[in-house]
Write a protein that binds this ligand. Structure first.
Ligand code: F0G
Length: 458
């Protein structure tokens, strides 16, 4: 296939969804009604929705067929066993606990092992992960390698955890650390992968301090593909084998099946520790459901079981990573500042670099995201000072970076949709000097980016 430049999507379209081709005037009205927060839009008013890659992908023929096998028995459904077998084929942890999505897995886990005085290291906590850690009273510490904090820095595994920094934390506060987390791929660092070598090194430190290692494994298959492509000695290795090696280094995981489960809903925590599993199941029954379905219908369990078989397919992963890079390469070639190397599930625009005249506390990422929507109907997501600028004590300070994430739903948009995105981003970037910042006029207490309302600055 290497002879041809065109990315052939390794599927044909079987069922289509209409897109409403809205106008700028319609989108201006929609923005005003939404308080300039793209989370408040009616999705019908969005032309290309790159808000998230989570639960927004297309399911395959075989997943829809699997759904027909959904068995809705309250306890011990065959669909539960299909799910369990499929999860354990890749992640052979002793206990797998189904939940309705990833953050439910986090909530359950951190209610048992978090709490005041505790500290949880991670390469970079995803927003719900950080919020669940902090909600328990614990402290969330990000220990990604220094390159992972610099949008323009090149590193093949920019998601790696800083092993020396972890060692220092454990030496200073070891008693307060109930678990070490590594997020694969590192979503908020730009969808950047973690190397097998780094995971082995983290494991060795965890062993020295007798700490369990957990994976936030939402995008494990994309991470495994990067390992195969970039890590010496890994080329050509079967993806499931790489995934199983990753799993063998950990004591447990949290997962959102809405990403590399190729499903629209679902998740799980998994672990080897019997006592911890018992505690988690007790909370599961209170909040999600019985232990063989969690927050899911039998049909969802079937869709995930099949999705996990499809996501490790090499043709799929080659297309997935290539088509994401296609967007990044075109923007980069146009001189638009983007996080590099390109991540697996998204391209991140560096709004702080593109809008140097908008200070971080006037939210350059939000300004850029709003402009992409207004001009082209493209919905991206601010990842910056709106999302992270408010400290737990209420102070406001610039986040490490001000990015706009263009996340690519799996198997959903074609190359011509992406060509349109490229055209719009270039148009907006050429006029970036005209964009103004915003101020927040109303905000919720936690995860403010979801509910805040803004006003453009004069
Ligand atoms: N961990 C990571 C690394 C994630 O990216 C997400 C979700 C979660 C945990 C939580 O999973 O949504 O199923 O509750 N990320 C989505 C995103 C929402 O847009 O990046 P969830």
């Amino acid at each position: 296939m290497d002879r041809w430049q065109t990315i052939v999507e390794p599927f044909r379209i079987h069922s289509v969804e209409p897109i409403h081709l809205s106008t700028v005037a319609e989108r201006d009205r929609a923005l005003r009604a939404a308080g300039w927060n793209l989370f408040n839009l009616h999705a019908r008013d969005v032309l290309i929705d790159l808000l998230t890659d989570s639960g927004t992908g297309a399911m395959s023929r075989d997943q829809w067929a699997a759904i027909q096998h959904g068995d809705e028995s309250y306890a011990g459904s065959p669909s539960w066993y299909a799910f369990l077998e499929s999860v354990q084929a890749l992640f052979p942890f002793r206990h797998v606990i189904p939940t309705h999505q990833g953050r439910a897995a986090e909530k359950i886990l951190f209610s048992t092992i978090g709490g005041p005085g505790r500290v949880i290291p991670n390469n970079t906590h995803f927003d719900t992960t950080r919020a669940n850690v902090e909600f328990s009273g614990a402290e969330a510490v990000d220990l990604v390698i220094p390159e992972g904090r610099v949008p323009s820095a090149l590193h093949p595994f920019k998601g790696n955890l800083d092993v020396a920094a972890l060692e220092r934390l454990l030496a200073a506060r070891g008693d307060d650390v109930p678990v070490v987390f590594v997020t694969i791929t590192n979503n908020f660092g730009g969808g950047q992968p973690v190397s097998l070598g780094n995971l082995h090194a983290v494991r060795a430190v965890c062993d020295r301090y007798a700490k369990p290692l957990f994976l936030d494994a939402c995008r494990f298959a994309e991470n495994a593909w990067f390992i195969r492509e970039r890590e010496p000695g890994q080329s050509g290795r079967p993806i499931p084998e790489i995934v199983r090696e990753i799993a063998s280094l950990a004591d447990g995981m949290t997962m959102s099946a809405k990403k590399d489960g190729l499903a629209n809903i679902g998740g799980w925590p998994a672990m080897n520790d019997d006592v911890l599993a018992e505690q988690c199941r007790n909370i599961l029954i209170l909040t999600e459901g019985f232990v063989t379905y969690g927050g899911l219908a039998g049909r969802d369990l079937e869709a995930i079981a099949q999705g996990l078989r499809e996501v490790v397919d090499e043709d799929y992963l080659r297309y997935r990573i290539r088509s994401t890079a296609y967007l990044g390469e075109a923007l980069d070639a146009a001189g638009i500042p983007v996080v590099k190397p390109f991540g697996g599930h998204a391209i991140y625009l560096d709004a702080r670099a593109l809008l140097p005249h908008v200070p971080p506390l006037a939210y350059p990422g939000q300004a850029l995201a709003v402009a992409l929507y207004r001009e082209g109907g493209i919905r991206g997501c601010e990842i910056g000072t709106v999302m992270f600028g408010r400290r737990p004590d209420g102070r406001e300070e610039p986040a490490a970076m001000d990015l706009v994430r263009l996340a690519i739903p799996r198997r959903t948009y074609t190359q011509s949709h992406i060509d349109y995105v490229i055209e719009v981003v270039r148009w907006v970037a050429e006029r970036a000097g005209e964009l103004r910042g915003l101020r927040i006029v109303q905000q919720p207490a936690v995860l403010r980016h979801f509910g805040a309302r803004f006003e453009p600055l004069p």
